[in-house]
Design a protein around this ligand. Structure first.
Ligand code: F6R
Length: 618
């Protein structure tokens, strides 16, 4: 959702605006419908803001250039309060033009504050919740005499989740930020400093970053970074080095980020395994700062996540229960908190998230910890809220995922949760060391197998293009193939805006089979014939059931599975893989299919309509 950049440098120059536009370009992936910037110099504040894509703002800046400046703040907005219009776009300025703010999150008490300000004579220009912050800040600035104190005073009055950045006419060499729950990180430069809603905002300039905690205010000047709590007590933030390089977030010759990220998947799996196997092939998870005694005493695991991450968690459930014999549930993070979940000191909660900023997941983590559970985050973004608020963070090393719909993060999440499962099995003795070793060897072989599926992409693309007018596609799977079916359907909905549903194949006869009609397209994820053969036999029956009712059967199956061929209109072969690891290869044709079909329809696969990459509101 909203992307934020703040910058301050030493002298008037074009750099503040250039940094802001570069950052907003990199933050586009979060999803947005308007954008704006404000620059500050000794003469005051100047701004531009426009509904629509960044190009609209850039055209406006070309027609009406902004002056050279020392500081800038910029924003991409994903509308919540007030439609996506020029007026509602950020920045918002106070009535007297002395202060400008950009904001991510929702100010929950904005109506009360708006009423109070209106009674004091303030004329509102927009329908946003944000505008109250601009007016409150201008008033607090008069009372407090400086922007950092004014920001602290205002932050104390705001309810909800917010990141606020502000610049003021009175000091153009200073940018102030406040954060409660919504994300904000500091980038450290030489003679310049940055604030961003994530590191992508400033990665082109620096990889040195500071983590900010809850309810903190940060003041940056070209030479200094000062962090306090909302009451002015100093805080020492943790510094870290971002291990993503700036080039990782560019398309690298692919037509879209989605194409690139699908092709990044062998590396995502490889890098997530890296450093976690000793030369002797044993598993080490140094970052798992949860005591071995506690991990031994755990009697239940609950995976919390949303969307694609929840499907990765569902895949992991099958593996963890099989390897560790620990009952494992998967809960959608937004349902978890309200379902009165039974969690306690003996529960291990595994929170899975690419962005590390999904508000539903953050709230579920807080709830679980309040009940005494330990939380391990499986997360892709260093320094993110979920990484910081969990007891331990097990990073997936997928690199930056820019396309809004998740692909490589899914494979990395399966890999990391599997490592966690194997580690628990090793620790609790539910697997022999040589059994753990055998799975690790198989995991190490997976990047090459994923590559093999990607290499066969032409036939999937050709099918997808021929099906660009399809109205509905169903996906069937059993066991670990079930969450793969769900993920395949989600990708098609998100990217191609086509009705798609994933089912557990056994459920078909309990209702969904009524949907099967002449020509209905059905993808079926077939487990290895070498797996429990009963699973394989059952899914063959399901293929026949839908085919007998006129369905087009599109099958993902293991090479050499001769039994499926006669019931399938098309087969997409994946290399032989142990049953539990099969999702890592089986999902790839489904991702390519959705991406290619959406492209054939002329849709923007990187930024599908209505979606945001980081869902930072509940
Ligand atoms: C689907 C997708 C979403 C996310 C979900 C969780 O393609 O991207 O379903 O998986 O919003 O996001 P994270 O993993 O960032 O917590």
């Amino acid at each position: 959702m909203c992307g934020i950049i703040g910058y301050v440098g030493r002298e008037d120059s074009p750099r503040p605006l250039a940094v802001a536009i570069e950052a907003l370009t990199r933050l586009q992936y979060r999803g947005y419908d308007s954008a704006g910037v404000v620059v500050a110099n000794a003469a005051g504040l100047a701004f531009a803001k426009k509904a629509g894509k960044l190009e609209v703002l850039e055209a406006e800046l070309e027609a009406h250039p902004l002056p050279l400046a020392t500081a800038a703040i910029g924003h991409t907005r994903w509308a919540t309060h007030g439609g996506p219009t020029d007026v509602n776009a950020h920045p918002h300025l106070s009535e007297d033009g002395s202060v400008a703010v950009v904001h991510n999150g929702i100010i929950e008490n904005h109506e009360v504050l708006r009423l109070e300000l209106a009674e004091a004579g303030v004329q509102f220009r927009s329908q946003t919740d944000t505008e109250v912050a601009a007016h409150l800040l201008a008033r607090a600035l008069v009372e407090e005499g400086n922007l950092p104190d004014a920001m602290r005073a205002v932050a104390r009055r705001l309810e909800g989740a917010f990141t606020l950045l502000a610049v003021a006419r009175e000091n153009p060499r200073l940018v102030v930020g406040a954060r409660r729950t919504s994300p904000l990180v500091v980038g450290l430069g030489d003679g310049e400093n940055f604030l961003g809603s994530d590191v992508a905002a400033f990665i082109a300039s620096t990889n040195r970053a500071l983590e900010l905690g809850q309810d903190q205010v940060v003041t940056i000047t070209p030479e200094t970074v000062v962090v306090t709590d909302f009451f002015g007590q100093p805080v020492t933030p943790r510094q870290y080095t971002v291990d993503w390089d700036a080039s990782a977030a560019v398309k690298g010759g692919y037509p879209t980020f989605m194409d690139k990220e699908i092709h990044d998947q062998p590396d995502a799996v490889r890098d997530t395994l890296l450093g976690r196997l000793t030369p002797a092939g044993l598993l080490t998870l140094d970052e798992l700062h949860v005591s071995e005694a506690l991990l031994r005493s755990v009697d239940k695991i609950v995976v919390i996540a949303c969307g694609t991450a929840s499907y990765a968690g569902t895949v992991a459930k099958y593996a963890i229960e099989h390897w560790c014999r620990i009952p494992t549930e998967v809960a959608l993070a937004h349902e978890f908190r309200y379902s009165d979940p039974v969690v306690n000191e003996k529960t291990l909660v595994v929170a899975v998230s690419q962005s590390g900023e999904t508000m539903d997941t953050i709230m579920a983590i807080r709830h679980a910890r309040e009940q005494g559970a330990k939380v391990v985050a499986v997360v892709n973004t260093m320094g993110s809220t979920i990484a910081r608020e969990s007891d331990a963070a097990l990073y997936t090393h997928a690199g930056p995922e820019v396309a809004v719909a998740s692909t490589k993060a899914f494979l990395a999440q399966i890999t990391a949760t599997y490592l966690l499962g194997l580690y628990l099995a090793q620790l609790r003795g539910t697997m022999f060391p040589d059994e753990v070793r055998a799975v690790l060897d198989e995991l190490t072989a997976m990047p090459a197998k994923v590559q093999q599926v990607i290499d066969g992409e032409d036939s999937i693309r050709e099918l997808a293009t021929s099906m660009k007018d399809v109205e509905s596609v169903l996906y069937l799977g059993r066991h670990v193939g079930f969450p793969v079916a769900m993920e395949g359907a989600l990708k098609l909905k998100e990217l191609a805006y086509i009705h798609a549903e994933g089912f557990a194949a056994g459920e078909l006869k309990h209702g969904p089979i009524a949907l099967i009609d002449e020509g209905q397209a059905v993808f079926v994820i077939v487990p290895s014939p070498r797996s429990r053969s009963v699973l394989h036999d059952k899914i063959l029956s399901n293929i026949q059931e839908v085919r007998a009712r006129g369905a087009r059967t599109l099958v993902v199956a293991e090479e050499g599975d001769t039994a499926v061929a006669e019931y399938a209109e098309r087969v997409f072969w994946v290399p032989p893989t142990p049953t539990l690891l099969a999702p890592l290869v089986a999902v790839v044709p489904l991702q390519i299919f959705a991406c290619a079909l959406a492209t054939a329809k002329g849709l923007d696969v990187d930024q599908p309509r209505n979606l945001a990459k980081s869902v930072t509101v509940e």
